[in-house]
Write a protein that binds this ligand. Structure first.
Ligand SMILES: NC(=O)c1ccc[n+]([C@@H]2O[C@H](COP(=O)([O-])OP(=O)(O)OC[C@H]3O[C@@H](n4cnc5c(N)ncnc54)[C@H](O)[C@@H]3O)[C@@H](O)[C@H]2O)c1
Length: 372
């Protein structure tokens, strides 16, 4: 199979869909990999590294798309790429799609008549989303780092050193949500020697967290009362909650922020689901924070975008096994034996095969089983 990897064209997207290690796995299995010239630049992966593991560098993006049986990307196609979707019949596109949020992109894929498989809807039997997890891990680990930088006085913070010093207490870090991002944030916050408190509604989850950290942090059952009690004297609050299929619940209101320590920092990782603080609004890496009362809000909707090198490797590590299955077996055979991968199939030959996307746009849903 010929696998094409174009350079991402969406604004501020520096990740790339494959690493040199991935190229080596695919070429060792007998496939041909075409990487667009400069595709890895944003992630600090030079063309030469891809060539060294067997890729062919192709200068023209149209050529990458037209020559590929399967295109690997990071972000959903944007308007300037739509004409490329129909350059090749029966092509498989494997990427983040988020089609429920874009009727335009859904229609472009339906018109192209190819097969579109979305990273974000691949789902394991325990309901976890293995191709979203790595980005929650990146954002979660980043949160205490960006928060501790903003806690410094020149950045507008309280002027507290997150880890304290002998004789002076460390910062108090409160994490709302003990899922993938919350656990990743806790790992870093504990590593930074801060005082960590993590809240979740799921007691079983808190038991696992307690067992994992063996006393290095406090677990607290989440309630309005507990959140108020913990946040009021916190230096850092990290919002990492998710209610699947819904907007994030607003857990920290402005009245509570008004009572918090001046110069405290609130990082809203859940901002991509609407945010879990009352006054959260999406910000960017170029202008990441704003003030609410005397506190600083950090609400960057694409936190992993700041560390594209790490994010590319984290994402590609997770996608590669599925890419290999698709390449080795062909998409139809692969989804027949891999039910989680089958959940990733969103559009086939002009038909929407993922029910929530069809519902979101009032389109007809066609079950994948009826098509293969
Ligand atoms: N900003 C970014 O760049 C970025 C990057 C990756 C992920 N995210 C977002 O981070 C959020 C968390 O993702 P995740 O993968 O960790 O989700 P997850 O499902 O693994 O964890 C969410 C946790 O929130 C808990 N929760 C739900 N309601 C709660 C409440 N009222 N109080 C306390 N806990 C509650 C759940 O029990 C669960 O343990 C998502 O919104 C995700 O989209 C953002």
């Amino acid at each position: 199979m010929i696998i094409g990897v174009p350079k991402e064209v969406k604004k501020d997207e520096y990740r790339v869909a494959i690493t040199p290690a991935g190229v080596r796995e695919l070429t060792s299995a007998g496939h041909i990999v075409h990487v667009e010239q400069g595709a890895g630049e944003g992630s600090s992966i030079p063309d030469a590294e891809y060539v060294a593991t067997g890729a062919k560098i192709v200068p023209d993006p149209d050529e990458v798309w037209a020559g590929a049986d399967m295109v690997l990307k990071v972000k959903e196609p944007v308007e300037q790429e739509y004409h490329r979707l129909s350059l090749r019949k029966d092509q498989v596109l494997f990427t983040y799609l988020h089609l429920a949020a874009s009727r335009e992109c859904t229609e472009a894929l339906m018109t192209a008549g190819n097969v579109a498989i979305a990273y974000e809807t691949v789902r394991l039997p325990d309901n976890s989303l293995p191709l979203l997890t790595p980005m929650s891990e990146v954002a979660g680990r980043m949160a205490p780092i960006v928060a501790s930088q903003h806690l410094m006085r020149p950045a507008g913070g309280r002027g507290t050193l997150v880890c304290g010093v002998p004789g002076v207490e460390a910062a108090k870090v409160v994490i709302l949500g003990a899922g993938v991002a919350g656990m990743a944030a806790a790992t870093l916050a504990v590593g930074l020697h801060s005082s960590v408190y993590i809240l979740d509604r799921n007691l079983e989850r808190l038991r696992q967290v307690d067992h994992h950290f063996r006393g290095a942090l406090e677990t607290i059952a989440s309630s309005t009362h507990a959140i108020e009690q913990q946040c009021v004297d916190a230096d850092i609050v990290i919002g990492a909650v998710l209610v699947v299929g819904a907007r994030a619940p607003k857990l920290v209101n402005d009245d509570l922020v008004a009572q918090m320590r001046p110069g405290s920092v609130l990082v809203d990782i859940s901002i991509d689901q609407g945010g879990c603080f009352e006054s959260s609004r999406p910000t960017t890496h170029t202008d990441p924070t704003f003030k609410v009362h005397q506190s600083l809000f950090y609400c960057v909707a694409n936190m992993p975008g700041a560390v594209p090198h790490s994010s590319t490797y984290a994402l590609a590590n997770a996608t590669l096994p599925y890419t290999l299955e698709l390449a080795n077996q062909g998409w139809q055979a692969a989804v027949k034996v891999d039910a989680p991968l089958a959940e990733g199939v969103n559009v086939v030959d002009g038909k929407v095969t993922y029910e929530p996307v069809a519902e979101a746009h009032g389109m007809d849903y066609v079950s994948l089983d009826s098509l293969i």
